[in-house]
Design a protein around this ligand. Structure first.
Ligand code: HEC
Ligand code: HEC
Length: 223
């Protein structure tokens, strides 16, 4: 009996370490392959160009799904399509494992465009227009808009914008506001489409451009 238990314990320890080693190998391989991504996605997946998404800290499940979509043409982008075409499934898995371990950088406070709608102050106290827009975005993120059937983002993307790995719901926190605005607009106009029942289409179509900006500013400040 004791012997059996010992054997079992050994087996558990052994398979445990071998899968850790395997994961580390995948991350190392991904780090090497990521050399081809730095020019656009930055060192450690923190891009400097704000319309190029940061990849640091993204869930590998979502990450691989996007690369597959660029490769099979269901998500279109001239830069990414040609890159994804040259990646095998193993490459994608290695890259996903590597980027998931990187830390996303924090953003500066957004700067309002001249055409940003300035919300009307609701109290007599002087209010900062940027803070108001971020508060509007925060409300939409947490509560959605029942009257117009905009779902609350928190339900799928989590209270801190951390997403959900098993469900492949992307992490959004600290993403560039400019990229978030671009990609939400792409969902709205059907420019971005991974599959016919993409839930983000229905949600983004019901949002106004002002709401897209407000929620994007809010998400870009989540840490
Ligand atoms: C020439 C610039 C360029 C290079 C090089 C590049 N990318 Fe991209 N990548 C982009 C752009 C631009 C987008 C956003 C596309 C869009 O707006 O839909 C993107 C999007 C992505 C996305 C989707 C992110 C998300 O949040 O949905 C992933 C994943 C990705 N790239 C991975 C990679 C990997 C891995 C490499 C290296 C093997 C790489 N990219 C190299 C420009 C580049
Ligand atoms: C029912 C679940 C669900 C809800 C609610 C939801 N999302 Fe999403 N979201 C998703 C899924 C799934 C994806 C990935 C879609 C894909 O694969 O293209 C996604 C993708 C995104 C992306 C693209 C991320 C990237 O890196 O390119 C953004 C931005 C986003 N959602 C913002 C929002 C906002 C803002 C709200 C609230 C107004 C919201 N989502 C509500 C499920 C949801």
């Amino acid at each position: 009996m004791k012997k059996k238990l010992l054997v079992l314990l050994f087996a558990m320890v052994f398979t445990g370490t071998s899968s850790i080693l395997h994961a580390e190998d995948a991350i190392d391989a991904g780090k090497e392959k990521a050399a081809a991504c730095i020019s656009c996605h930055g060192e450690h997946g923190n891009s400097l160009v704000t319309t190029f998404p940061k990849l640091a800290g993204q869930h590998s499940s979502y990450f691989i799904k996007q690369l597959e979509a660029f490769k099979n043409g269901t998500r279109k982008n001239p830069m990414m399509s040609s890159i994804a075409a040259g990646l095998s499934h193993e490459d994608m898995a290695n890259l996903g494992a590597y980027y998931a371990t990187q830390k996303i950088s924090a953003n500066e406070l957004p700067i309002l465009d001249d055409d940003d709608e300035k919300p009307v102050a609701t109290t007599t106290k002087e209010k900062n227009p940027l803070q108001e827009i971020i508060a509007q975005g925060s409300d939409l993120y947490r509560n959605g808009d029942l009257t117009r059937e905009v779902s609350a983002c928190i339900a799928c993307h989590g209270p801190f914008g951390e997403g959900n790995k098993p469900a492949a719901f992307p992490s959004l926190k600290s993403q560039h506001a400019d990229y978030l605005i671009k990609t939400l607009t792409d969902f709205k106009t059907d420019e971005r489409s991974n599959n016919p029942d993409n839930m983000m289409h229905m949600i983004a179509k019901k949002m106004t451009i002002e709401e897209i900006k407000a929620v994007s500013y809010r998400i870009s400040m989540m840490k």
